[in-house]
Design a protein around this ligand. Structure first.
Ligand SMILES: Nc1ncnc2c1ncn2[C@@H]1O[C@H](COP(=O)(O)OP(=O)(O)OP(=O)(O)O)[C@@H](O)[C@H]1O
Length: 808
């Protein structure tokens, strides 16, 4: 979110909690309008996503967009259905809790599209192995089939879902989708036999007629002309420009195969039978009885039923009261509104609860916000014995003939005086005019609705005939036991109440996310924003309440780390890096920014900012600081770059100097080696000459080597025959001391032992002295032995050579 906060003036706020005038419905709608005008159809109220139907394709659902939202924090990026999908998915994986996304809004607001986008997001971004790709395809392909059988063109929406849908996707521990199932609620069955003007039957009938191969149609006894079928022309619009039935048929056939309907003959027979039944006519027989007058249709219908079965007479002559219904239109509306009340109750409860929990977890005290709790209306409808549905049940199931009027009277007796229930009789003069004698009015939390009590009773004989069918599909849809069961069956209202209770139970067990869809105009036009219509939906969806609840506490909350990271440059104490505890860093920062105590609270891990203006002024300060920051960054960057460049150059210079020095050293070594070798060769050639410059190196070396050998291997005894012959160059040094250097090796016993020992000691001393380079043995003049019998010996060297006496 932070990245786009600065764009707030141009496109309003992308989170309503940042709206300054948050109690104003007009400001709320204006914000929606401005964003809608720029194709920004998504806006948050905290974590709730508000979506306005654009009625045109926007380039915001590509794979690249999916990637943008993948793994990104909810608020870091502009609002999107993918952000909700991703956030929910990641929360499910990290928290290891079930999550659900509740999509609500009126017909044509974009719920189905939103659910498809969510599924597509998961299908694209979740990890999938090869064998799971089949499952993924099934998940995606379930939609065209559901839409073919459950959607129809209505005045409000060309592809209106005529049922409530709960879709469950299961993921394994790696986050890969491994299964799912779909629960349907309250399919508008009456549409099969009747459509309002401008509306159609379910898509599948038109798709079969338009797209079915000629052979198939002949086999089913159908003609490629929707006008010929009574059930398809009630609304007088079998063709719709925005719908391509022929193409959709292909999609549906393919989808049926993918989801496992390989043998769909049974299914097609049922569809065709419905059309034939619609064309079946009854006439009066000879004895005044009802009889079918259109025989050919029966041939095809009987393929689904059994040939010998007796068909029931027309419904008006024989009825049971299995389902007592107000007319299918108003009863269904009643159920839908009841469902919305329940979902709204859940919505308020959970959003309020989670808000409260967050404050509690963070140790923040806050005041409970007053909001309208619609539980009173839910109770009015569903309470045991006293609720509307209980009264309807009682009326339907009591002995004797139930009637619409007796039902209304019972309602008046039981519910009279309830603040949300009005009838013509109970109303005061003003209201009486708008409630007819056969109606009751419920004051829903979102508005007042009149319901008619007039209705027809459903036919049970037909159901029992269908139950006898051999068709596998039908036998799964209708259960024989239900018909033969002697117990009083549940009314449709109770069935719905029970299934709704189950749905609420399912939803309550999960962590909810909300998508609130809004329809901008009734004409299905793009770019048109009808304020009155939107205002009605904002009210109906309870968005202002939602915002109030969200804002009652704090408009903005962020983890310390995020907050500090974003605004640390505004305070010298926290810039460039805060080293201490994060909470202390934030405290230092807000103190420096001059926040008043009432403007913010510090929780355990988050900062809570109460007013948007506080946040915006901080944002403005950041904006003002930005040029300086940019300059600093640029300077640092340039400095860094130049330093890096200098270091690179310095490294190169040092390397080349080092290499030069090394190669010079190697050349010197080589030259030295050559010198030595040359001196050696020359010395060897002149070795028998007097000491001269040509041989002095060689002779010195020869002497040195000899003496070193003596040092390392002194003769073990005077009798040792391995005593080496000294080189001639040593003779001059040794001979003055009476050492028979030339002969003692061959005639060694001639030399006196003392002289021999002296020779050995002498040799050692000279060698060691040479090694230490402290005397030049050539300059050695004399050696004497210590008179103290202490084994010391003295080497005599001339004093002018600056040599020291060496003793050993
Ligand atoms: N996000 C969107 N982008 C483009 N077009 C959309 C979007 N959402 C909805 N529409 C358009 O609006 C039409 C109606 O949307 P959708 O069928 O989802 O409404 P709905 O709320 O499910 O209605 P119903 O309750 O009648 O089923 C779609 O057929 C589509 O043309």
């Amino acid at each position: 979110m932070e990245s786009t906060l600065t764009a707030r003036d141009r496109v309003g706020v992308q989170d309503f909690v940042l709206l300054e005038n948050y109690t104003s419905e007009a400001a709320f709608i204006e914000n929606l309008r401005r964003r809608f005008g720029e194709n920004l159809i998504y806006t948050y109220i905290g974590s709730v996503l508000v979506s306005v139907n654009p009625n045109k394709n926007l380039e915001i659902y590509s794979k690249a967009h999916m990637e943008r939202y993948r793994g990104v924090s909810f608020y870091e990026i502009s609002p999107h259905i993918y952000a909700v999908s991703d956030n929910t998915y990641r929360a499910m994986r990290t928290e290891r809790r079930d999550h659900c996304i509740l999509i609500s809004g009126e017909s044509g607001a974009g719920k189905t599209e939103a659910s498809k986008k969510i599924l597509q997001y998961y299908a694209t971004t979740c990890p999938v192995t090869d064998n799971m790709s089949t499952l993924r395809d099934r998940l995606l392909q379930s939609n065209p089939v559901l839409e073919a059988f459950g959607n129809a063109k209505t005045l409000r929406n060309d592809n209106s879902s005529r049922f409530g849908k709960y879709m469950d996707v299961q993921f394994d521990f790696r986050g890969a989708p491994i299964g799912g199932h779909i629960l349907n609620y309250l399919l508008e069955k009456s549409r099969v036999v009747h459509q309002n003007h401008g509306e159609r039957n379910f898509h599948i009938f038109y798709q079969l007629l338009e797209g079915g191969e000629q052979d198939l149609l002949s086999k089913l006894g159908l003609e490629r002309n929707a006008q010929k079928y009574q059930y398809l022309v009630k609304g007088c619009c079998p063709r719709v420009s925005s719908i391509n039935d022929k193409n959709d048929w292909k999609t549906v056939r393919k989808a049926l195969t993918v989801i496992g309907f390989h043998e769909d003959e049974d299914l097609l027979n049922i569809i065709a039978s419905v059309l034939h039944l619609g064309n079946t006519q009854f006439g009066e027989g000879e004895n005044g009885e009802n009889q079918i007058t259109t025989e050919p249709q029966l041939k095809y219908v009987s393929k689904v039923g059994t040939m010998n079965e007796q068909y029931p007479p027309p419904p008006n002559t024989h009825t049971t009261h299995t389902h007592a219904c107000t007319p299918p239109h108003t009863f269904e509306q009643f159920c839908i509104n009841y469902c919305n009340e329940k979902l709204q109750q859940l919505f308020i409860e959970l959003t309020l609860k989670s808000e409260q929990e967050e404050y509690e977890a963070e140790g923040i005290t806050w005041e409970l916000v007053k909001y309208f709790d619609n539980k009173i209306i839910c109770d009015l409808v569903e309470e045991k014995h006293k609720g509307l549905i209980s009264i309807l049940d009682e009326e339907c199931l009591r002995p004797g003939e139930p009637s619409d009027i007796s039902f209304l009277e019972k309602l008046e007796d039981t519910l009279g005086g309830h603040a949300h229930f009005v009838t013509h009789k109970l109303a005061n003069g003003k209201t009486r005019k708008v409630v007819s004698r056969e109606e009751f009015k419920l004051i829903h939390y979102a508005g007042e609705v009149n319901y008619s009590v007039n209705g027809e009773l459903a036919n049970q004989s037909g159901i029992s005939v269908i139950c006898q069918s051999d068709s596998q599909v039908l036998s799964q849809c209708f259960h024989r036991e239900e018909v033969t069961d002697q117990k009083r069956p549940e009314t449709a209202a109770t069935q719905f109440k029970n299934s709704l209770a189950k749905l609420i139970e399912i939803l309550r067990s999960k962590e909810p996310s909300y998508v609130r869809c809004i329809k901008p105009n009734d004409a299905k036009q793009s770019g048109r924003f009808d304020e009155a219509l939107v205002r009605h939906q904002v009210k109906y969806l309870g968005l202002m309440e939602n915002l109030r609840v969200r804002r009652a506490g704090f408009a903005y909350r962020r983890h310390y780390e995020t907050f500090l990271q974003r605004y640390k440059s505004l305070c010298p104490g926290t810039w460039p890096n805060w080293q201490g505890r994060l909470a202390d860093g934030v405290a230092t920062l807000v103190q420096h920014l001059g926040y008043h105590p009432e403007e913010y609270k510090l929780g355990k891990t988050k900062i809570f900012i109460r007013f948007p203006k506080t946040l915006f002024s901080t944002e403005d300060a950041l904006e003002a600081r930005r040029p300086a920051l940019v300059l600093t960054l640029q300077t640092s960057w340039r400095g860094y770059r130049e330093r890096a460049k200098y270091l690179r150059i310095r490294q190169a210079v040092i390397q080349s100097a080092w290499r030069g020095m090394k190669s010079r050293q190697r050349a010197r070594c080589r030259r030295h080696a050559v010198d030595i070798i040359r001196k050696f060769i020359k010395g060897f050639i002149y070795r028998r000459y007097e000491r001269c410059p040509e041989n002095e190196y060689f002779l010195d070396h020869q002497r040195f080597s000899f003496l070193m050998t003596l040092v390392r291997n002194p003769p073990k005894s005077v009798l040792d025959k391995s005593w080496p012959i000294p080189p001639p160059s040593l003779t001059e040094v040794l001979q003055p001391y009476g050492i028979a250097v030339t002969k003692y090796d061959r005639r060694g016993y001639k030399a006196r032992p003392r002289q021999l020992l002296l020779t050995s000691s002498f040799a050692m001393l000279v060698a060691e002295a040479k090694l230490k380079q402290r005397i030049d043995y050539a300059s050695l003049r004399s050696i004497s032995v210590s008179s103290l019998s202490d084994g010391f010996m003295v080497l005599h060297v001339p004093s002018e050579d600056n040599m020291q006496k060496v003793t050993g």
